[in-house]
Design a protein around this ligand. Sequence first.
Ligand code: NDP
Ligand code: 8X3
Length: 257
Amino acid sequence: MSNLAGKTVFITGATSGFGAAAARRFAADGVRLVLCGRRTDRLRAIAGELGVPVHAFPLDVRSRASVEKTVASLPPEFASIDILVNNAGLALGIEPAHRASLDDWETMIDTNVKGLIYLTRLILPGMVERRRGHVINLGSVAGRYPYPGGHVYCATKAFVEQFSLALRADLQGTNIRVTNIEPGMCETEFAIVRFKGDVQRAAKLYEGVRRLTAEDIAECIHWAASLPEHVNVNVIEVMPQQQAFNPLNIHREAPGN
Ligand code: NDP
Ligand code: 8X3
């Protein structure tokens, strides 16, 4: 039997991509699942397929009041969270900073940074009290390696990286684990969201690349969670074999300028 059987796993952004794949991966171990996202039809569908106890509800992680209410009113059988997967997040736009939308910037900060800290701050005290728990955050290679058009998205994921490491520092002596998963190119609904529904543009991004799948990332999340409790995986950085690094970009002026 898996060492995760009977544990309670809270996954944000479970309506698609990594969140939905992680829900399926953990369900195979007989966990109890707390799932949220904004799309209720998707939540209903995934809750119905898992075959384990599920508490699924619509939640916009940007709303601090809603997150507070949700965490305070979890049914008793789902209230002792063992593993929090802070996965809900998004990138919006790929325009350079001087042309990007300030509304998009705010949405990314509100979701990827503020939503993540709301959930973490509200769920941590119970974990500390029980001396048991694991916070697994979805960072990104974008938090380490900047790219044109990445600006605020990259910055939100750099926040996730440092916040995860700083949590480790604060949680010394509590038995709580913290892991930051940093995926590279992975096909989910991520690019469709970034390109505001332009499915063809999203598909083009992946052409000719054996990109990661949501199941690959769910496996990383599950692996970090299923290791013995004395093992803390700080960071998992994972890319498709076909993705790597560029040299630093030098802009050269034409002779005579
Ligand atoms: P998807 O777009 O497939 O899934 C994103 C999930 O986040 C959805 O379930 C969505 O649910 C949820 N979400 C978005 N905004 C909110 C909100 N305000 N409140 C609650 N839920 C929200 O993308 P991925 O699965 O790829 O992305 C998951 C995480 O992984 C993100 O944090 C992303 O930044 C990160 N990531 C993705 C990579 C990739 O290449 N795909 C690589 C590295 C990191 P709903 O719309 O129903 O609210
Ligand atoms: C998603 C990976 O490179 O599209 O976080 O920003 S990338």
